[in-house]
Design a protein around this ligand. Sequence first.
Ligand SMILES: Nc1ncnc2c1ncn2[C@@H]1O[C@H](COP(=O)(O)OP(=O)(O)OP(=O)(O)O)[C@@H](O)[C@H]1O
Length: 213
Amino acid sequence: MTTLLSVQDLAVARGLRTLEGVSFALAEGQAIILRGPNGLGKTTLLRTLAGLQPVAAGQVVHEPSALAYAGHADGLKSALSVTENLRFWAGVFGRTEVGPAIERMNLSNLAARPAHMLSAGQKRRLGLARLLVTGRKVWLLDEPTVSLDTQSVALFAGVLRDHLGAGGAALIATHIDLGLPEGRILDLTPFRADPARKAPRGDGPVGFNEAFA
Ligand SMILES: Nc1ncnc2c1ncn2[C@@H]1O[C@H](COP(=O)(O)OP(=O)(O)OP(=O)(O)O)[C@@H](O)[C@H]1O
């Protein structure tokens, strides 16, 4: 099985260091569920892997075009329709096809509606549909099911299973059980950083998916 993402002795920081000594590998078809209490640093870890903030210490290895990040914000253009939003994001990743993503995330009836006229759950479905148009193999997901109703949670769990079945991988911060048989839990609590140790200054490199922040 090919390793898609490898993390070795990673430390991440948001002002102060939040986590230290985190190591794991994610291969094709695998998912890791990040667990730990509020404020521990799960979002900080995902943002760091996405290239939105610098690595404080350790190593992160992946193919240059492997990762797609979906954070708390849906990153939608409010004046654009569902279809136009997805076309825009597909274009960012050098792709054109959006029809299957619209259908898969149950957005067909809303395809022409401007994003600002969507409900919170519909916006989230559109935000997650962006993942499908990226063609990226490793999905970094921060609380992907927030605002989704039970049916939509099940829908997205199915999308995730299909992604893993097609050789993709996912790293997911979530407090709910997505029922992924391929998922293994990584409890980050033991990796809580010593708060006395200051993070280095500087903005560091910013990755391809800055626009997803
Ligand atoms: N914009 C920010 N500036 C400075 N510190 C921040 C910022 N956002 C978060 N933090 C701090 O960084 C630490 C880690 O936060 P983070 O959001 O990564 O935690 P989390 O594990 O994702 O929490 P939750 O389960 O509540 O989403 C917390 O102590 C938090 O207060």
